[in-house]
Unconditional design. Structure first.
Length: 349
């Protein structure tokens, strides 16, 4: 006999997932329809509906979702963005959030379509410009990393402020991340390794429009094919997009490509032990992107095993976590010559 004792519990969990999915879609719709931007001043659903030529009852329902997630507060019949949400309503942070929401919507729809067709498999193979642009624009969060993480890395801010500073952007997509670095550090130039021809074309066009043609170059090459030495001061690798073997070989190639004392940043999906559903869903996302998810201890061990020093993790930002590791400065390398590390060399002396 079948045991239905757990059925109501499972149904309630699935119902909660359904509610979350529709709430996220409602947030996406509010961004796409211009409702979020219209909240620059308190307004009623009727007023916003009139401005945007939308059904006011639909506007009210979408605003209800924004209110439930703490993005909007209501006073009588008027709505306004909360102080916490205001930075994400308009401007650069708004573009990043909207891009992230749009990217999720487009990618999950494509995942379902491929699953129905029986063609779902790991690997980033998107050619749709909307997907490429949306995913690329999420890299705008790197400006926050540039402002907060990079200055904390020994000697890096000074390096990036000098003429001739160089940045290696692995799996660069449409080049948003390189553009952000160039905006923060006027002396830097960037090489964007991106095997996807469609993404490269979009990236070149974006950089041309931003006046960065002379500072950002797109290269159709995998990181495992990188063969330069002592070339860059900073590199970044988005781990979830690289198969494990490519990531392992890639960080070894990047170590050689960095100048002594240069830094590598690895962007990975955060896997919070206290949130099993978030961790499980992020593992699926990373698998579909091609690289799978790597937990913090394993990732740090891989960086140290490849020869990096000072490997450490930074606190998560949203779904992501940044890891940093350094190529040993020249003095330390000289001290540890003939295969000896600094500690061994000192002891043997």
């Amino acid at each position: 006999m079948n045991d239905f004792s757990r059925t109501p519990d499972i149904l309630s969990r699935v119902s909660a997932l359904s509610s979350a999915a529709w709430a996220y879609t409602s947030l996406a719709a509010a961004f796409e329809l211009g409702i979020v931007r219209a909240l620059g001043a308190p307004a009623s659903a009727e007023e916003i509906g009139h401005w945007l030529d939308l059904d006011p009852e639909l506007v009210a329902d979408l605003l209800g979702v924004l209110e439930a997630v703490g993005a909007v507060e209501r006073s009588g019949s008027t709505y306004a963005a909360t102080a916490d949400f205001e930075p994400f309503r308009d401007g650069s942070l708004s573009r990043v959030m909207r891009a992230g929401v749009r990217s999720d919507q487009l990618q999950t729809a494509e995942t379902f379509r491929r699953a129905r067709a029986g063609t779902l498999a790991p690997g980033w193979e998107h050619l749709d410009p909307d997907v490429l642009l949306a995913q690329g624009e999420t890299a705008g969060l790197f400006r926050l990393a540039a402002e907060h993480i990079l200055p904390s890395l020994d000697g890096l801010r000074e390096r990036l402020s000098l003429p001739g500073a160089r940045f290696l952007d692995v799996g660069a997509g449409v080049g948003v991340l390189s553009s952000e670095v160039c905006l923060v550090y006027p002396e830097i130039s960037a090489d964007c390794l991106e095997p996807n021809a469609a993404a490269r074309e979009i990236g070149r066009r974006r950089c041309h429009e931003a006046g960065l043609d002379e500072r950002v170059e797109f290269i159709g090459r995998e990181v495992e094919q990188l063969d330069v030495v002592d070339e860059y001061d900073l590199a970044l690798i988005p781990q979830p997009f690289l198969p494990p073997e490519a990531f392992a070989r890639g960080i070894e190639r990047v170590l050689r490509a960095l100048r002594p004392g240069g830094w590598l940043l690895v962007l990975a999906l955060d896997l919070p032990a206290a949130e099993p559903l978030a961790t499980a869903s992020r593992r699926v996302r990373a698998r579909l992107w091609g690289g799978g998810a790597i937990a913090e201890p394993e990732l740090l061990a891989g960086l140290r095993g490849a020869g990096f020093t000072c490997a450490h993790a930074h606190p998560p930002v949203g779904d992501y976590r940044m890891f940093a590791a350094q190529r040993a400065p020249a003095a330390a390398r000289a001290e540890g010559s003939n295969g000896l590390g600094p500690e061994t060399a000192t002891a043997r002396a």
